[in-house]
Design a protein around this ligand. Sequence first.
Ligand SMILES: *Cc1c(COP(=O)(O)O)cnc(C)c1O
Length: 401
Amino acid sequence: MTAALTAALPDSWPAALAPDCLAVIDMPTPYLVTDLDTVAQKLAAFTSALPGVLPFYAMKCNPSPEILRTLADGGASFEIASLGELRALQRLGVDPARVLYSNPVKPPAHIAAAYAAGLWRFSFDSPNELRKIAQHAPGSAVYLRLHVDDSASSFPLSRKFGAEPHEARDLLTLARRLGLRPYGLTFHVGSQCATAAAWRQALGVCGSIMAGLLRDGIQLEMLDLGGGFPARYVGDVPSIEEIGAAVLPAVAQLLPYRPGLLAAEPGRHLVAEAGVLAATVIGREVRAGQNWLFLDVGAYHGMMETIQLPTGWDYPVRSSAPGPGRVAFTVTGPSCDSSDTMFTGLVLPAGVDVGDVLYIGSAGAYTLSYASDFNGFPPPTPVFVGAGRAAGLAAAGSGGH
Ligand SMILES: *Cc1c(COP(=O)(O)O)cnc(C)c1O
């Protein structure tokens, strides 16, 4: 192994995706390599940290068929936001009856087609959506999306969705009057949630709603913990074991009864750390006294999360450039738009230059699914290793190990 490539890889970086393994991949950048063994391990660790909680993978964060297949083989089910996602699952042989449709505001035609395909559980957060579901999926099961505190997350979601807890009783009794089955509660603590206490707090809210509903003769069948389980990027995050250790006692303590189905909708946590994005330096310039690197990918080619927050979003990055010295770079994309700039102050070897490759770690979630060919630059090519896939690449990459 070359020291420059492997120096201090973060723990989250799969050994199979060490840069010196990827360096032998004979393929033009950009490409995104996913280690399917890591995906399978993440799912297994999730299930053992949260025994009795059934994972429904939120496929929006990476819908590659190879990943969906790996997760289905590992016993996961799926959470969808659209008919297009359901069709992708059906092509893989997933039974729609096992799928949750958790988008609280759905196109009527998608509700009808999903219902016709055998999907029977729909989320909602308003009377309007309930009427839509009653019309296009009569008699189906509905679960209420609650607005919970998402301030501990990096990418909050609650501004767009979620009923207030005090509305829950009216909404679920309306569901019953409309001939629907008041099935459950769900929430989302926000994506990349940094504290396990967020789930505990949300479970407390669910517990009091459930107790109140008992007085109306409604006993819920499902409690869905949503997504938000964090992945490791550059900072510290609670492990899935720590989250499990906080959530399981909360389920026992804060709910008046245990619903038949305890669900969760992990997305990012299962796939982010399994992916590394390889990009080539196409230019190095000095702009206003600052060092700039131009890559063959930018925010619009998969690195969208770097521009979603005012503070930016950091990924672990390694470079193929050898040599001493560390210099801070502003790292931008290939397009003629300046808003595709991904990193500022990224410290890399001083000699990094045109033709060197940057390896961006923890890039398996919310990257490919966002990528376009903006300005004529192609999105990353997906590549898979592990789990017996892409045997040629796995063999090629095994030289250093
Ligand atoms: C996006 C989403 C998820 C997954 O969120 P992560 O933060 O990636 O775990 C789960 N459920 C719903 C309804 C979502 O919209």
